[in-house]
Structures are given as structure tokens and as C-alpha cells.
Design a protein around this ligand. Structure first.
Ligand SMILES: Cc1cc2nc3c(=O)[nH]c(=O)nc-3n(C[C@H](O)[C@H](O)[C@H](O)COP(=O)(O)OP(=O)(O)OC[C@H]3O[C@@H](n4cnc5c(N)ncnc54)[C@H](O)[C@@H]3O)c2cc1C
Length: 425
């Protein structure tokens, strides 16, 4: 059977599209199969997510050519992060900022922040015009199997005039990038550890009276967790000069349903109160979006003729903002593994060819996944002992400059020497 392309990718989310571009840059051909129609890929609707990106992630997006597709007012910087235990101002905060030597006129930030829909749009814009990338939109993958080749059945829906059609595609390698609830992963027989936190995250944009100064706040309240992230001010003048931020509220499912049902004004008043009016009066801008909080970690990241990428491999809790950053690290690693296999004259779909990707990605992702889940458990437990423990943890971290340097190094891609010495080679 003639292969359709070198690699079949299920899912044209930001991870799947980024991989397609990266593979095409390396001289492979890639076909991306996506259930959403072409119009939704070209003009994705805002989904409330503002994605905090590290310096290494920006470097990957620059290499892919998608960073250059973002408008100026879509790229913000996070200059400092403050972590508060309990209501704002109760205890002194842990403060993180990029070290002085890392500061330059254009590279001063701890990290960057970009709307998810802009990341999706820019990835599609580059992938759609790239030789070597084929995108089959409006086609849902209904069956996958792996044998002598990887095989995918995809079905286009009937549109009233044309009947539904099913197409069968073959390739040496199949990559599942179809979200944390990946049906492809399941059909490949790969299980996943799932943690349902029983909580819901609400994301939205808000205008506020006082400048945010580029500072991101994470406030671990006892019932609700609130994050306030600075957004770029380019559209400021058009909005009467009021700065903009992204608000992320994590609450129990019941409490979140109540918050979603509140009027815009009552919702804004609640956020403003939880933030101790630090940014002055606040007003909701646009829609609120709610996501159930379920973290997933696949039992393995690769096998015979298949690999998992993005959220299909690791679906992180968003509190530590690692999800897409991990997805991009996976794009770099998987591309490198396939290039190495080709250089050695190996079949790119062999399990041995994919093992370096699976090993390195697990080594990177597992501590972040476990660490994030431990933080979430500690900081959402209102009992007295965990409360005390979290105060110790924050105070300890405040008194440990090397730990702060390690966290900052993770974001800026410049880890201190002692962390580099511990990293696996
Ligand atoms: C509230 C929130 C805040 C976040 N904040 C951050 C942050 O600050 N920093 C960060 O790094 N990450 C963050 N993340 C995580 C980030 O959004 C995800 O890691 C990233 O979007 C995952 O991309 P993906 O391409 O793997 O999956 P998705 O974006 O889920 O894309 C999967 C695609 O597969 C398609 N698909 C599914 N099934 C099929 C099928 N059977 N056939 C064909 N197509 C299919 C879907 O239509 C979809 O287009 C956040 C997430 C949330 C929810």
C-alpha cells in the first residue's frame, strides 16, 4: 500500500499543527486529520485561554515561523510573578522575576502570554501553505490500527448535498494529538492515568482601573484559587485607557456553576473582592469560559508505529501553565528522534526509533506533572494542617533563593548551574 505521507497526525490543535510544520521543515511529509471544518481552523474563536509561554517555547515558535504571524497586541510579557497564600495581602508573597543578567531591551520577561486562539490561527496559517503538509479538515478519525503500516479511517460528515464519505490513509507513523481525552490513544490500546480534581476552571478577560505592571498573581484562596495575568495594552486607547488582564478562577463544580450564572457585574465584584481591589474597579470583558479540571498522563508516549503528542500525551492542570510548553518541547523532541532515525537509515515507525522521544519526554514531563498535582492538592485543601504546610512551603521557598532561581530558570530556559548538573544527559 502506498503511504499517504511519512506521518499521519490526528488533531490540528496547536500541538499537531506545530509538529506538521516542524516535520516539513526537516524534510518529511505530514498529513493532519482534523474533525473541525477549515473555517474553524483558519479563524478559531476565542476560548478564554491565555497561554503563558516560556523562552524556550517562544524560540520553538520562532523557528516554526508561527511567532511572526502573531499581531503585536496578541503578545504580552510577564515581568514578575507573585504567589500568595490565602487572600491577597494576608501573608507576604513569593516573588519571581527574571535575573538582572537576563534583562535586555527586548528580552526582559519572565515569560510571554498569547491567546490560545491566536496560537491556533498562526499555526494553521503557516501549516496550510507549507509544502509537505496536507490538512484534511472536517474529517473525523473513526478507526486507527497499527501493523505493517499505521492505518487511519476518517469520515467527512454529510453536508446535505454530498453524502458522508470514509477515507483510509496509511503511513509509517501515526501521531495522536487529539486532546487529553484522545480517542486515538484509547484505540491504540494505550491507557492513561486520569485525575479528576472535581473542580472547574473559569477563564475570562477583565478591564481594570490601575496598571498591572506586567505582574502575574496566583492567589491560593481557601475555597477558590484566583490567578490574574497581565495582558498587552495595545488596544488600551480604544478601551478608554483601561488595562486588561486574564482572570482564572478555580472553584468546586457547584461554586463554578453559580459564578457562571452571575451577572457580569456581580461576577466582576466577586473577583475584585477576592483580589482585594489591588487593580481598582474591575469589569468583565467578553465571555466567561468554563473547563472541567481533569489531568491525564499516558502510560507510554510511543509504541510500534505510533507516538502521542501534546495533551494526548500529558494533559496538565493549568495552574503551573506547563501544558502547551510541554507540547512544544515534545514537537522538538519527536522531530529530533525522527531525523536521527532517518540519518541512521531506520524505519521512523519502529518502536526503537521513537524510544528516545518517549524516554526524554517522560523524564521532562513526569516531575512537572507530579509536582503540579501535589501543589494543587496542597493548595486546595482547606484543613488546618495542609493550610499550615502551604505557609511553610511558601515561606521556605521565599528564603531559598536557589529554589527561586531554579523556577525562573525553567521559564527562561537559563537554569542555574546546579540544576544543569542534575539534569539527565
Ligand atoms: C484554562 C486553561 C489554561 C491553560 N493555560 C496554559 C498556559 O498558560 N500555558 C500552557 O503552556 N498551557 C496552558 N494550557 C494548556 C493548553 O491549552 C493545551 O496544552 C494545548 O491547547 C493542547 O493542545 P493540543 O494540540 O495537544 O490539543 P487540543 O488543543 O485539544 O487539540 C486537539 C485537536 O484534535 C481534534 N480532534 C479530536 N478528536 C479528533 C478525531 N477523532 N478526529 C479528528 N480530529 C480530532 C480536536 O478537534 C482538536 O482540534 C491551558 C489549558 C486550559 C484549559
Amino acid at each position: 500500500m502506498t503511504p499517504y505521507s511519512d506521518v499521519l497526525i490526528v488533531g490540528a490543535g496547536p500541538a499537531g499543527l506545530s509538529l506538521a510544520i516542524s516535520l516539513a521543515q526537516a524534510g518529511f511529509t505530514a498529513t493532519v486529520v482534523e474533525q473541525q471544518p477549515e473555517s474553524a481552523l483558519a479563524h478559531p474563536a476565542p476560548d478564554g485561554r491565555e497561554i503563558a509561554l516560556t523562552h524556550p517555547s517562544r524560540a520553538t515558535l520562532q523557528r516554526l515561523g508561527t511567532w511572526a504571524q502573531l499581531a503585536d497586541d496578541e503578545v504580552g510579557t510577564i515581568d514578575e510573578a507573585q504567589v500568595h497564600d490565602g487572600p491577597l495581602g494576608h501573608h507576604s508573597a513569593l516573588q519571581l522575576s527574571a535575573p538582572r543578567h537576563h534583562r535586555g531591551p527586548t528580552d526582559h520577561a519572565l515569560g510571554f502570554i498569547v491567546p490560545n486562539h491566536a496560537l491556533r490561527r498562526s499555526a494553521y496559517a503557516v501549516a496550510a501553505r507549507m509544502a509537505g503538509v496536507r490538512i484534511l479538515a472536517g474529517a473525523q478519525v473513526t478507526r486507527v490500527s497499527v501493523g505493517a503500516q499505521a492505518e487511519v479511517d476518517c469520515t467527512t460528515a454529510s453536508d446535505g448535498t454530498a453524502p458522508a464519505t470514509t477515507k483510509r490513509l496509511f503511513a509509517p507513523l501515526l501521531v495522536a494529538a487529539d486532546s487529553r481525552f484522545s480517542a486515538t490513544r484509547r484505540q491504540l490500546g494505550i491507557g492513561a492515568q486520569m485525575t479528576d480534581f472535581g473542580r472547574t476552571i473559569i477563564v475570562c478577560r477583565m478591564r481594570h482601573a490601575l496598571p498591572h505592571g506586567g505582574v502575574a498573581h496566583e492567589c491560593f484562596g481557601y475555597e477558590r484559587t484566583l490567578a490574574v495575568l497581565p495582558l498587552p495594552d495595545a488596544s488600551n486607547a480604544a478601551q478608554g485607557g483601561y488595562p486588561l488582564c486574564s482572570v482564572v478562577v478555580t472553584a468546586s463544580a457547584d461554586d463554578a456553576a453559580t459564578l457562571m450564572a452571575l451577572s457580569s457585574e456581580s461576577f466582576a465584584a466577586q473577583v475584585q473582592a477576592q483580589f482585594n481591589a489591588r487593580l481598582g474597579p474591575m469589569a468583565l470583558q467578553g465571555e466567561r469560559h468554563a473547563y472541567p479540571l481533569v489531568a491525564t498522563y499516558a502510560h507510554r508516549f510511543a509504541g510500534h508505529r505510533c507516538a502521542l503528542l501534546g495533551d494526548a500525551a500529558v494533559g496538565m492542570h493549568p495552574v503551573t501553565a506547563h501544558g502547551y510548553n510541554l507540547g512544544l518541547a515534545g514537537v522538538d523532541r519527536l522531530t529530533a528522534a525522527l531525523v536521527a532515525a532517518r540519518q541512521q537509515g531506520q524505519d521512523i515507525g519502529r518502536e526503537e526509533s521513537l524510544a528516545p522521544y518517549a524516554r526524554a519526554h517522560h523524564g521532562h514531563a513526569w516531575p512537572l506533572y507530579q509536582g503540579t498535582n501535589a501543589i494543587v492538592r496542597l493548595y486546595t485543601d482547606p484543613r488546618p494542617v495542609p493550610r499550615l504546610m502551604r505557609q511553610w512551603v511558601l515561606q521556605g521557598a521565599r528564603r531559598l533563593p536557589p529554589l527561586q532561581a531554579a523556577i525562573v530558570g525553567q521559564l527562561t530556559g537559563q537554569p542555574p548551574r546546579w540544576v544543569r548538573a542534575l539534569a539527565p544527559r
